[in-house]
Design a protein around this ligand. Structure first.
Ligand code: ADP
Ligand code: MG
Length: 736
């Protein structure tokens, strides 16, 4: 077959494209004809329900968006600069309407021909008694004069829905504006769609009543009815979700079966001894997930398990049980945390829990002094370090494990997918012929189910859905800045009762320096004036690690009444005696951050409080009726802040909070698409297409279970499609 007749034909060979345009298109990722066919419209001009001009007057004046079709009767340049305008009179069988242009009049002056037919859309206003549309969006239906162009355009635009394609500044420079793209697409669809092979097995497509792929591609670009468009969208959405799930199923399958894991003996005297020493009894949920984990560890396949549990649900202890099993079997366990403060805290907690037990526990963080670090590294290399707690420092090149059996990653959402894999890879490369270690990743970010299927589709999931029994629900209040003094009085009362408190200031990367100064100044003020009689300390990320450690130590021992901090304390910090969390400028924090911060209190048996302080106007807004996202401009940000604060006051349920967060921010921002490894979805929406996602997932996992390498003859096109279209996404997820 000639190059020009396949889907991999470079688009520059398409009629009307050529080398320059193809270069620009390549920047959008459109290189071949196939890419072009899969560049979907973002919307359509609906010509299926066009109104008559006479009809407009009664119903549509001021309405947001109407479409009429008419021919150009006259046009004229009116007035003088700066009030100059170009006016086109458009008429249909029922009347006339004016199209008015204030900008680019000299361009529009030459843009029209008497007699040509246009479909125009926009907002209709009345000027005197004359209806007009200012700067309408225009589609030429035929242009009267120029025959060739007329035919082409007429064919393109008169029926059903006219597609609109996203165009960029660069595309416009090479005259690939909306209309140009449409023309190119028409050619591509007409000449090439019949070359697209159906990737889905016939049986599956029939069973799910999905449109054939060619019909769907025609329908998404040039639909002739709402039904046809819906059918096309449904089919193509299914494909997006299905191939994403197929990728995850394949990845999971290879992690599970291709590599030999360690069949641990899970009877552990170390674990038994720990259980007896614990000052509390495990919750039912903890017992359940420990069983799920030990079942995995016993199996000769490597474990890949995600442990989800809201803040304070007691994940650390679960991880410790798993690590002790690894140690008992003669392996090392690595415990990776996202920050030094958290790694140090874990080290301290674990040291406490293991006091007296024959386990060598080491800490590895970036800021350790060289001598100490060398010593730890040596211990790790020889294998005498049995549990190693650390930060990213654990995955650096200089770290060599002797016999790594289990990797635990805490607060997984803080790491990229690639870091998770880097640690595994490290084990694989260095393990020479050793079996592959088990992996347990933990997160307190409750992920809505649709997203976890996408993000962690390759992991088995365990959930701790219960908090330790004696916990009281944290009370949350929103207070205006003008009432800050009353909040401080309350903090003082709590301290007098023997509790400890946090006062947190925002610190974001973009304004790091300013924020840090603001926090430091506030600290000085609080220390010298507001709480001069109490013991205060400051903690922020820029402090040296021994200073941080020293502050955390004092806090734990109850030697600090109020810790003034930036968001460094956001994750993991565990001081059960702390019962008040005051968050200043709460409107500047993200919802999941607020939830994490609140999770720093309510860890002991005392009633705990979270007080959000925000500007007065904002606290008023959020006391009104629920606000919804999706309103334009500055207002939008205010509404979003208000919605976040209101959500915090209304619920402590982490899952609910995560869903609202996702709703406010959208999935892309929620995790950062690149980091999460979600392939770009053009049509499918993870929030609203949940049931389709489940269907696609089920089918994908069934296929991979039957035919892991897609070798079956009826999976031939599936395999080709998969290889071609997902090669990029795969490298992105695995490499990073
Ligand atoms: P997270 O899941 O947020 O990481 P942690 O593991 O830090 O939670 O546990 C939070 C606190 O709850 C710790 O002080 C821990 O000792 C305590 N804890 C854990 N499990 C239990 C339990 N079953 N009963 C009572 N307290 C518990
Ligand atoms: Mg934790």
């Amino acid at each position: 077959m000639s190059q020009k007749n396949s889907l991999s034909t470079p688009i520059q060979y398409l009629k009307g494209i050529g080398p320059r345009r193809s270069e620009v298109l390549a920047e959008l990722g459109i290189v071949t004809v196939r890419d072009l066919l899969y560049y979907f419209p973002y919307g359509y001009v609906d010509l299926s329900s066009v109104q008559t001009i006479a009809g407009l007057k009664s119903t549509a004046i001021g309405a947001s968006w109407v479409t009429v079709i008419g021919t150009v009767r006259t046009f004229d340049l009116l007035g003088r600069p700066p009030k100059q305008r170009f006016v086109v009179v458009l008429g249909d069988a029922t009347g006339t309407i004016q199209l008015v242009f204030f900008r680019q009049v000299h361009y529009f002056k030459k843009a029209f021909q008497i007699g040509e037919t246009l479909a125009v859309s926009g907002k209709v206003t009345l000027f005197g008694r004359t209806p007009q549309i200012v700067h309408p969006s225009i589609d030429r239906l035929n242009s009267g004069g120029d025959e060739e162009e007329g035919d082409q355009e007429g064919f393109l635009h008169t029926r059903g829905f006219v597609p609109k394609y996203g165009s960029t500044g660069e595309l416009k420079e090479v005259h690939l504006h909306v209309k140009g793209l449409r023309k190119v697409m028409r050619t591509a669809v007409d000449d090439y769609v019949d070359l697209v092979e159906e990737p889905l097995p016939e049986e599956l497509r029939g069973r799910l009543s999905l449109a054939p792929v060619r019909e769907a591609l025609r329908g998404i670009h040039f639909p002739d009815s709402v039904e046809a468009l819906e059918r096309a969208r449904h089919r193509l959405k299914f494909d997006e979700l299905f191939f994403m799930q197929l990728m995850l199923a394949t990845r999971r399958n290879s992690l599970k079966t291709d590599l030999p894991g360690i069949p641990f003996k899970v009877e552990s005297s170390l674990a038994r001894a720990l259980k007896e020493r614990l000052p509390f009894t495990l919750t039912q949920a903890q017992i359940k997930v420990i069983r799920e984990i030990t079942d995995d560890m016993r199996s000769p396949k490597p474990m890949s398990r995600l442990l989800q549990g809201d803040v304070g649900s007691g994940k650390t202890i679960v991880a410790l049980f798993a690590m002790l099993i690894a140690v008992e079997n003669g392996y090392q366990a690595a415990f990776m945390a996202p920050t030094e403060i958290l790694a140090e805290q874990h080290f301290r907690t674990l040291s406490g829990l293991l006091a007296g037990a024959p386990v060598n526990l080491r800490l590895l963080v970036g800021s350790q002094r060289t001598k100490l670090r060398e010593d730890v590294l040596e211990d790790v290399r020889r294998g005498s370090a049995q549990i190693v707690v650390g930060t990213h420092a654990l995955i650096q090149e200089s770290v060599h494990f002797n016999k790594l059996g289990l990797i635990v990653i805490d607060e997984q959402h803080r790491f990229g997918v690639s870091q998770r894999l880097a640690l595994k890879e490290k084990a694989a490369v260095e393990g020479k012929n050793l079996p592959f270690p088990d992996l347990l990743v933990m997160t307190a970010t409750p992920i809505p189910r649709t997203l976890s299927l996408t993000l962690y589709g390759d992991l088995d999931v365990s959930v701790i859905n219960e908090l330790p029994a004696h916990r009281k629900e944290i009370r949350t209040a929103l207070r205006p800045e003008s009432k800050t003094d009353a909040v401080y009085d309350f903090v003082r009362e709590q301290v007098k009762e023997g509790r400890q408190a946090y006062i947190v200031y925002p610190l974001i990367e973009e304004s790091e320096k300013l924020d840090l100064r603001a926090a430091t100044e506030s600290y000085e003020l609080l220390r010298k004036e507001v709480f001069a009689d109490l013991r205060l300390a400051l903690l922020h990320g820029k402090m040296a690690s021994n200073e941080k450690e020293e502050v955390m130590g004092r806090l734990k021992r109850g030697e600090i009444d109020i810790l003034v901090a930036t968001t460094v304390i956001e994750v993991g910090i565990d001081v059960p005696n702390a019962s008040v969390m005051v968050i200043e400028h709460a409107e500047r924090f993200g919802l999941s951050q607020l939830h994490q911060l609140r999770g720093r209190v309510g860890r002991g048996s005392a009633q705990s409080y979270c007080i959000l302080i925000a500007p007065d106007w904002l606290t008023k807004v959020s006391r009104r009726a629920p606000v919804l996202p999706g309103i334009d401009g500055e207002n939008d940000d205010k509404q979003k802040s208000a919605k976040r604060l209101q959500t915090m006051v209304e619920t402590t349920d982490g899952f609910k909070i995560a869903e609202i967060d996702l709703e406010i921010r959208g999935p892309g921002e929620f995790f950062g698409t690149r980091q999460s490894g979600i392939p770009q979805l053009q049509l499918a929406n993870l929030m609203t297409d949940g049931s389709l996602l489940l269907e696609a997932r089920e089918e994908a996992y069934r296929i991979i279970a039957d035919d892991p390498h897609l070798r079956r003859i009826d999976h031939g096109t599936l395999r080709t499609y998969f290889d071609e279209r997902l090669a990029d996404a795969m490298t992105m997820v695995q490499g990073g």
